[in-house]
Design a binder for this molecule. Sequence first.
Ligand SMILES: Cc1cc2nc3c(=O)[nH]c(=O)nc-3n(C[C@H](O)[C@H](O)[C@H](O)COP(=O)(O)O)c2cc1C
Length: 383
Amino acid sequence: MRLANTGGLRHTETMNYAQLLSPRAVAGVEVPNRIVMPPLVIWQAGLDGLVTEEHLAHYRRSAGPGLVIVEATAVSPEGRLAATQIGAWHDGQTEGLFRLAEAIHHSGASAGIQIHHAGGRTSAEKNGGLPILVPSITAKTPADAHELTEDQILGIVTAFAAAARRCVEAGFDLIEIHGAHGYLGSQFLAPSTNHRTDRWGGSLENRCRFLVQCVTAVRSAVDAAAPGGGAGRPVATAVRLGAADGSDPRLTVEEGVKAARLLVDAGAELLHVSHAGSMPAVAKDARWSPTMELARAVRASLEGAVPVIGVGGIKTPTEAESAIAEGVCDLVAVGRAMLADPEWAAKCVAGEADQINRCIDCKPRCFHFTDPAKCPPRKRREK
Ligand SMILES: Cc1cc2nc3c(=O)[nH]c(=O)nc-3n(C[C@H](O)[C@H](O)[C@H](O)COP(=O)(O)O)c2cc1C
């Protein structure tokens, strides 16, 4: 039975998730349904950023999404958020990444991985005493941060490409460049963190140059390592784009939409739309969360050039189905709700959505950041 009013956001166990459960190809990569597990760091890396058994168990538990994007994976040691973050900055890390991709494939999903540099959002304590590198020194950058030189910027672009190559060799189907949430890509794009006057700052085109160059470099590394380069299978290049923020001065939605076009022109084959470090304001009567509204704006402007993932506040399969049906996005990422119930997608696929244990939006911060054992605080089923 279908919901009489498919525009409604209330859950019903009788909902038919026809669109959510339909397949979608992303640059030749088959994604069996539109449910995405977005990157969610679990702070379980071993020494030297290696994948551990805890990672394998965590990703095995989360079967059901059509696309699983592995958590932020550092492209260089100084870009780490924490010593417990996994990495792809040397060849010794490839074996663990291979096991991770294999575990995800075993569950029937396509395997993506997010490659990441924290820029100024780290500390010497967290990155092992290495330099903290930022586009510009501002009132908010750590006191011991260094402004990136031209050579250092190009070195990080090369590190993104090398990390992408390792991830393709490890068997991943999609490489997502982290360009959101106030990390290095966002720090370049957002006017509040980029005060440079050279070719990496100023105009939107200049502020977007770092991400554009990352896309170009990653795309060539992927193309060299994948079809014709030996892997013999399609591998997609994606960007998690922080398309706007609420800082002063703001990165506006109009700029985010233009950045999206620049990234697609540079070769990005999927955009995963989020915020650039702080939530942008949305109209009081907005139907969706601020980041979902951003996905809607980006998707509308791209007119189908590439698929768009929407994310932010989705708790129920009914909401996810509505987002696809209304054309907000092509795929829907479900973050905290999937941490609260790793079987969120599996239950949806099995027609048991009423069995999903509900994420209750812990405040001030999701428990998974601080004490995962407390998530979910109590079992609560969808109503
Ligand atoms: C515990 C936790 C870890 C996260 N780790 C990452 C990450 O590694 N990379 C990233 O881009 N976003 C990360 N995020 C953000 C999520 O991917 C997602 O965008 C956010 O939680 C909003 O979606 P939701 O409302 O469905 O949870 C994290 C969020 C949480 C709660």
